[in-house]
Design a protein around this ligand. Structure first.
Ligand code: HEC
Length: 134
């Protein structure tokens, strides 16, 4: 008895999914299912994507004295940096450390000044923005 019911259900499901394929625009009537769902508030939107936050952090720091997006100044342009490094977690980590600690030798002999007071968090956001400029 139960088996028969399950089989019938499966068959009707199969039909239902068939007819749904023909009308993909049709959405499932979910309203009655939703009734029991608790309404969870969306987390309040932050300033934007990590890239957007990184951009505004860069604009608020001293970076633009030595870096431009599309032209070499004292340091490499951000587009050059983006072209050189894949946006992998390891590279983002490494470049964030580089911003905090400063250093030289990757692009020439001119060193980048250290940004000792900067949090790793913020440095990473900056790198994410830079590496998005491909
Ligand atoms: C005093 C000038 C100066 C300032 C200020 C400066 N940079 Fe640089 N930056 C450089 C130079 C020069 C290099 C190339 C260093 C090298 O050859 O390894 C560089 C390299 C970099 C690189 C690539 C590092 C690598 O290993 O390839 C990144 C990313 C970067 N800077 C981001 C920033 C950010 C973000 C800021 C602001 C917080 C900043 N820089 C501020 C001069 C500067």
């Amino acid at each position: 008895m139960k088996k028969l019911f399950v089989a019938a259900f499966a068959v009707s499901l199969a039909f239902a999914s068939c007819s749904k394929n023909e009308t993909p625009a049709e959405t499932q009537p979910e309203s009655n299912v939703m009734l029991e769902e608790p309404t969870v508030a969306e987390p309040v939107a932050t300033a934007g994507t990590p890239e957007e936050e990184g951009k505004s952090l860069i604009q608020g720091a001293d970076c633009l004295t030595c870096h431009k997006e599309d032209a070499k100044l004292i340091g490499p342009s951000y587009q050059e940096v983006a072209a050189k490094y894949e946006a992998t977690d390891a590279n983002i980590d490494m470049l964030a450390d580089k911003i905090i600690e400063g250093g030289s030798g990757h692009w020439g002999d001119v060193p980048m000044t250290a940004h000792a007071g900067m949090s790793k968090e913020n440095a990473k956001l900056m790198v994410k923005y830079i590496l998005s400029l491909k």
